[in-house]
Structure formats: structure tokens, C-alpha cells
Design a protein. Structure first.
Length: 140
């Protein structure tokens, strides 16, 4: 078991918990943001997923944390990343659809002037929505 996790689970050391949660948040926030923003969710949803997934690691006397068998920080980072992605996907499936759509207009409804006719409208709208979300605005 990697040292940071052992310090948390076995020794219950405050420094171990601080280090592990700091590492978790450094990984979880960008992973959840990339996954959710591209599906039309907002930063509040990202924060919810990160906190819910963190709490899920602590359920049942840290059963999930105790299940980690890696020996390096790289393995721990990859494991944290997968925990967040799994939680995010399960949450999106449970929601059933994108409840925070960035645009109400459909790409097929966009009519572009001739010089811009070759632009991939769907990609453009998705990237625009991501930029707007990163800036902290909500369009819906």
C-alpha cells in the first residue's frame, strides 16, 4: 500500500489525510471538469462530483481506500482519476440526460456566412461552451 494511503487508513495521521486530499483534489477537479463540462454541466456540478466521489472513498470505514494496492504515487493518481471518472459517469447516467445544456440552439439551425461555411458548428459550440464555463459564466 502506498505510504500516503497507509498513513491515512492505518495510522490515521493528520498529515497523511492532508496530503492525500490535496493530491486527490489536484487530480479530481480537472478530471471531473473535463468530463462534465463537455457534456454541458456547470462548475457547481463538477464540485458536487468531486466532493461526492471523495466521500465515497471514506464510506464503510474507508473500504475503498483500503482496497488500493498500488505502490507508487503514479498508481495512486491513476486510481484517483479512475474513481472520479467512474463516479462522474455513474452520476451522468443517473441524471439520464444533460440537465444543464449550454445552448438551446441546435448546430443544424446555425446558418453561417459563406467565408465560414467549412466550420464544424457542433465543435465550435462545444468549445465555446467550455470557454464560457471555464470563465465562470452559465448560459442556461
Amino acid at each position: 500500500m502506498f505510504e500516503i494511503i497507509r498513513e491515512c487508513v492505518d495510522d490515521d495521521r493528520e498529515e497523511g489525510w492532508g496530503d492525500s486530499w490535496q493530491l486527490y483534489l489536484q487530480i479530481a477537479m480537472p478530471v471531473a471538469r473535463r468530463d462534465l463540462i463537455r457534456h454541458g454541466y456547470c462548475d457547481a456540478d463538477v464540485e458536487d462530483i468531486v466532493m461526492e466521489s471523495a466521500l465515497s472513498l471514506c464510506n464503510d470505514s474507508y473500504r475503498r481506500l483500503k482496497s488500493f494496492r498500488g505502490e507508487s504515487q503514479w498508481e495512486l493518481c491513476a486510481w484517483f482519476r479512475q474513481v472520479v471518472l467512474n463516479h462522474s459517469r455513474n452520476w451522468r447516467i443517473q441524471k439520464g440526460r444533460c440537465s444543464h445544456a449550454m445552448f438551446t440552439i441546435q448546430p443544424s439551425e446555425v446558418v453561417l456566412p459563406a467565408p465560414f461555411a467549412n466550420i464544424d458548428v457542433e465543435l465550435f459550440l462545444r468549445e465555446l461552451a467550455e470557454c464560457v464555463a471555464i470563465a465562470g459564466f452559465r448560459l442556461s
